[in-house]
Design a protein around this ligand. Structure first.
Ligand code: TUI
Length: 308
């Protein structure tokens, strides 16, 4: 399937694997890139030496383009911004902030820059700053989210900018891909579906939670901290939600309790203290299979629906 995004990046399918913090490492990213999509390594708040090693490992596993996601709230964002230049990473995506101050250096180094935007205003600012494309991410996404939905946000961003738009949030099969194209997107970013990829290195308990989740099992916690986050409903999210509701947890105490909770989910499968981030589409994901199968099935279905 060709689009402005496949042409811009030299990839076969217009699909990005979400840059999920603590989750998206070189094995998963290389599998997605080898399957014809754009695999992405998450910077998160990992140490720079670890990320350098992950980038080099990804280069050894694939000769296809891949990207690095920079979480702009991370204390290492500046260092990682330089690392992607030094390592000649072909594509950078950003999240959780405005990457404006890094843009000139990336453009000069020939890095393709594709920020995640939760609003039309930021999309317009990113286009003016020189972004090659934007990812319009709806509140259906897992992890740190904005307020608007994919269905409402994507067409409004498409109308507001001339650069290609990638839809994200709630996309896990060919129907979601076809719908995104109907909204004017030129590609999709998919996170939650890849949690249930064979190559995804998360704890088996995490995969099981995603596969077993029903439509009502994703919950948003922490709205009152200013960093709302979508997770699988667990004992831990129930505790957080009641602390938020009855005032027994201040926003600061909430932040303290969730510090390190993503690592506890990803590495330990800890149901008592881990945050199992996932999108609202988790209820539709019922099996674990190779990334290549996920992508090929998605685009075979989308092609059929789009009448190609
Ligand atoms: O970034 C994400 N998802 C994430 S990041 C993450 S790790 C984390 N750790 C601690 C606190 C918060 C997160 C887990 N999931 N998605 C992309 C995304 N970007 N969603 C929303 C935004 C966003 C929000 C505001 C992007 C730009 C923005 O700009 C505000 C401004 O400065 O104009």
């Amino acid at each position: 399937m060709k689009s402005a995004i496949t042409q811009l990046l030299g990839i076969q399918y217009p699909i990005f694997q979400g840059g999920m913090a603590w989750i998206a490492e070189s094995t998963l990213a290389a599998a997605v890139s080898n399957a014809g999509g754009l695999g992405i390594i998450a910077g998160g708040s990992a140490p720079i030496d670890y990320l350098r090693e992950q980038i080099r490992r990804c280069k050894s596993l694939t000769d296809k383009p891949f990207g690095v996601n920079i979480m702009l709230m991370s204390p290492n964002a500046q260092e990682l911004a330089q690392l992607v230049v030094d390592e000649k990473v072909p594509v950078v995506t950003t999240g959780a902030g405005n990457p404006g101050k890094f843009m000139a250096a990336w453009k000069e180094a020939g890095v393709k820059v594709i920020p995640v935007v939760p609003s039309v205003a930021l999309a317009v600012r990113m286009e003016r700053a020189g972004a090659d494309a934007v990812i319009a991410e709806g509140t259906e996404s897992g992890g740190h989210i904005g307020e608007n939905t994919t269905m409402c946000l994507v067409p409004q961003v498409v109308d507001a900018v001339s650069i290609p738009v990638i839809a994200a949030g709630g996309i896990a099969d060919g129907r979601g891909v076809a719908a995104s194209f109907m909204l004017g997107a030129q590609g999709v970013q998919v996170g939650t579906r890849f949690l249930a990829a064979d190559e995804c290195q998360i704890h088996p308990t995490y995969k099981e939670l995603v596969v077993k989740a029903k439509d009502t099992d994703s919950v948003v916690t922490g709205r009152y901290t200013g960093h709302p986050c979508r997770n699988v409903r667990t004992k831990f999210t129930k505790k957080l939600a009641s602390g938020e509701k009855d005032g027994s947890l201040t926003p600061d105490e909430f932040e303290q309790l969730t510090l390190g909770s993503l690592r506890k989910a990803v590495q330990d499968g800890n149901l008592e203290e881990g945050s199992f981030l996932c999108g609202a589409i988790a209820g539709m994901i019922n099996d674990i299979k190779p990334a290549k199968e996920i992508i090929e099935e998605m685009f075979a279905q989308a092609d059929k629906l789009l009448g190609k």
